[in-house]
Design a protein around this ligand. Structure first.
Ligand SMILES: *Cc1c(COP(=O)(O)O)cnc(C)c1O
Length: 373
């Protein structure tokens, strides 16, 4: 057996992906030459129009981060102090932090077994007259199905999608982030449309879009209403505008790489893909595999030793209430707890070489067959 030292634990498979250059320097020179570098520059309107077209919505508003997008969305649907916002227990800190920014109360909801979707039964227990919004989260770009939409609609609670990891994820023929009232995206370096820092908000509701636009642009200095400065600077909008043109190719490559890894898993083995609907398509922010609880610890240890650590190892990922900041909002969420300890995340980005993919395929095939990796 030959050992390739590039892939041992000290040299993990690089999960970072930078899209290839696409004349950004020329575009940058044009932005610099124009001299207008703020969030009021003409490139912003072009970028927002391109985003709206790509995602097939009427309005896109570029902002300075995904966190800013979530905060502005919560404010736009009226979330304030004393209000409650439903959030899945599988959410990472960044999803829930903006609820605290609004001085509102996070209400942590369990998920449907084996899924990222909010559990309607747990929602029924937790809805109150103060429930002002619900966050849903296609984590790792996996579609979270809509089982909770009916009960939330009946209660008049708007859904805000945190699609920060889900650029290009398809859910029942539409893009994640365009399913409900508002979709929020991040363009942080680790996301599929990276601009360094940045984000955007999508909606088909013109009145809501105007409100978000004024709020995130200091009320455009009218002095009528409170606003914040969440504008995205022109050079970052330019990067996003250029890279949006490559997003489809990136999605194709990620789906192809994921299919290759999935093709080596035996049908009755210890690993299978996290489930999603037959009309849906993940964007493969990461390929997510799951196992039965009794195999999870061994698989997690073997993957980490192989330089393919889980999010729980790298980012301390786990149920939201395990973080001290959110501990006071803890409620029993057994399904979410199980999901976070039985999911494994693998990079499938376009820069992975054939050799690296083959190596990862060997590791997961062995683990699925019950070997030590
Ligand atoms: C990245 C991310 C955020 C925050 O986005 P920033 O641009 O870093 O502020 C929020 N939610 C999720 C699910 C994310 O992945």
């Amino acid at each position: 057996m030959t050992t390739d030292l590039r892939y041992d634990a000290a040299h993990p498979v690089d999960d970072r992906y930078t899209p290839p250059p696409d004349r950004e320097l020329d575009a940058f020179a044009a932005v610099l030459g124009d001299g207008r570098l703020s969030g009021g520059a003409p490139i912003l309107a072009e970028y927002e129009q391109a985003l709206a077209t790509w995602f097939r919505v009427t309005r896109a508003i570029a902002v300075s981060s995904g966190s800013a997008a979530l905060h502005a969305a919560l404010v736009a649907v009226g979330v304030g102090p004393d209000d409650e916002v439903l959030v899945p227990a599988t959410a990472p800190i960044a999803t829930a932090m903006p609820i605290l920014t609004c001085h509102a109360t996070p209400v942590i909801v369990d998920t449907v077994p084996g899924s990222l979707a909010l559990d309607p039964q747990d929602i029924a227990r937790k809805l109150t007259s103060r429930t002002r919004a619900a966050l849903t989260l296609p984590m790792w770009g996996y579609p979270a199905d809509d089982t909770a939409a009916a009960i939330l609609a009946a209660a008049g609670v708007p859904i805000i999608e945190d699609a920060c990891q889900a650029h290009g994820t398809r859910v029942r023929g539409r893009y994640a982030g365009t399913q409900h009232r508002i979709g929020c995206f991040s363009t942080h370096d680790r996301k599929l449309l990276p601009t360094g820092e940045g984000g955007f908000i999508l909606t088909n509701d013109e009145e809501l879009a105007d409100r978000i636009d004024y709020y995130t642009h200091l009320d455009h200095l009218r002095g009528d209403a409170h606003g914040v400065n969440y504008k995205l600077a022109a050079p970052l909008a330019m990067i996003g505008h250029r890279r949006l043109g490559q997003l489809n190719d990136q999605l194709t490559a990620r789906r192809r790489n994921a299919a290759r890894l999935l093709s080596v898993l035996p049908p009755d083995g210890r690993l299978r893909e996290l489930g999603y609907g037959s009309d849906d398509a993940p964007n493969y922010y990461a390929l997510v595999l799951t196992s039965a609880p009794q195999h999870a610890t061994g698989i997690a240890e073997a993957l980490t030793a192989a330089g393919l650590p889980l999010d729980s190892v790298r980012f301390g990922y786990g149920p939201l209430y395990r973080r001290p900041l959110f501990a006071t909002y803890a409620t029993p969420c057994p399904n979410a707890q199980q999901l976070t300890t039985t999911t494994f995340h693998l990079p499938v980005h376009p820069a992975m070489t054939d050799q690296t993919l083959g190596w990862v395929a060997d590791r997961i095939r062995n683990l699925a067959e019950g070997q030590r990796s």
